[in-house]
Design a protein. Sequence first.
Length: 91
Amino acid sequence: YWMYSILIEDEFGMSRDELMERLKERGIETRTFFIPMHEQPAFLNLGLFKGERYPVAERLGKQGLYLPSSSGLRKEDINYICQVIKEVSGK
């Protein structure tokens, strides 16, 4: 698999950005989902989008993050990532 992605729902108790910061403090790198195409300057400059709204893409762009993924990721690493997410969420 290329990327392991999760969505941070409102019920989680913190925003995606807050979770990313908490994971970073524990040595876990993450990154946000890709910016929706209709919000990317390159596509806007080409005139491909004219102010349309794409609520699903916008939601994914605001709430999604990618967890670490690598062919070198060990089971212990995955367990640590899961443990930290549980700890910081209080669940």
